[in-house]
Write a protein that binds this ligand. Sequence first.
Ligand SMILES: Nc1ncnc2c1ncn2[C@@H]1O[C@H](COP(=O)(O)OP(=O)(O)OP(=O)(O)O)[C@@H](O)[C@H]1O
Ligand SMILES: [Mg+2]
Length: 419
Amino acid sequence: MSDAVTEPIASAADPVAIAVRNVSKQFRRYSVRNQSVKAALFRGSRGTYEENWVLDDVSLDIPTGSTFGLIGSNGSGKSTLLKCMARILKPNKGSITVNGRLSALIELGAGFHPELSGRENVYLNGAVLGLRRKEIEQRFDSIVDFAGRQVAQAIDQPIKTYSSGMYVRLGFSIAVNVEPEVLLVDEVLAVGDEEFQRRCYQRFEELSSSGRTVVLVSHALSTVAAMCDHVAWLDGGKLLHVGQPQQVVDAYLTRLDFGRPSVVEVSEGPSVRISDIVIEGAGRRRTSTELGEEVAVVGTGEPVRLRMSYQTDRPTDLPVFAFSVHTLDGTLAANPSTLGVAGPERVEGTGTVELEVPSLMLVPGAYTLGAAIFDASGEHAIDRKLRLVRFEVDGHNPGETRGITALGGRWHGPLFDLP
Ligand SMILES: Nc1ncnc2c1ncn2[C@@H]1O[C@H](COP(=O)(O)OP(=O)(O)OP(=O)(O)O)[C@@H](O)[C@H]1O
Ligand SMILES: [Mg+2]
């Protein structure tokens, strides 16, 4: 394992690690008819293009020592903003000031020379980051260790022979082990197995607790909410919200679900609509003061009832009802439906459907509940409301906290029961 030591950095540092001021970035999108090389040559010009503003007047202070999350949908400009911070891209307008030695993992293989070996690339990268040869030597073993056995075995092979997973592992390993003062990470690159990702997060935490600044782009919203102390939300190149992680993440999730019409794949005009969804546990509720809203709290293994109310415009034959439970980062945890199990022959007027769950086998964490009504085939949604209700699961079994499902089994062997 890595034995890198992270020395705390001087606390007299500038209070702002990265100052982003009115940054706009534009890419040129060439029109389709100019994409043929031959056509462009004959036309003898570079063709016409549209201006595509990918970042639009973004201003942001990233405090020194913070773990700063950047969220937003695909194409919202997150990677572009990180690249501007790392000086891989130059903004068209505005400025960015970085205080401290910056290390970045944004592009696959950026900074690697394909013909050189892994070893030579570690030295090259270290030098680019301003480390002396001796400093790199001291860290070399922990870098290779951290990257894992596969990379260690290929450390003297040219980097162009590495798999993309190996590229990323070595890249991450260098980025987190050279003691950067500011670390930028685009998590889109965090391929690799769960064990490697866990080590990376552990390393981010070590860096952050020793006063380093970490800027993390991620779609794993529960990770962002747990790890970061500030979160910014980019939407279509604009900064929509900066603030306390859970608040920004919740606002983003709400927007994801309600910013778009909740009725999708409607075949012939909605005939049934979901009017309400409720989760009922043993009656415990907690008021989330931040948002001023009530959150249902259920214990792992406790019984719950999921209930949806519906409203019909006209009688509908054989609808299929379903609930969906998502983790906060959007993974579908459960999706029970009446398909092939139960179902009314025809629904009219208003009514409710309830699913009685004898024992909710989810590990502790925050989840969202949604519902859908499908046509008789179970394929076309008549109405769908995803992630409408947030609820929390707390557990009493410290031995089962990871993953999504609690198995709740009984241990046997040379063991004794704890009280
Ligand atoms: N080099 C480039 N040339 C032209 N357009 C680009 C370039 N890089 C990015 N874009 C465009 O800029 C927009 C923002 O891209 P960016 O990669 O920053 O998004 P992102 O938020 O990181 O998305 P994702 O979550 O998918 O990683 C997209 O519309 C993308 O097509
Ligand atoms: Mg990206």
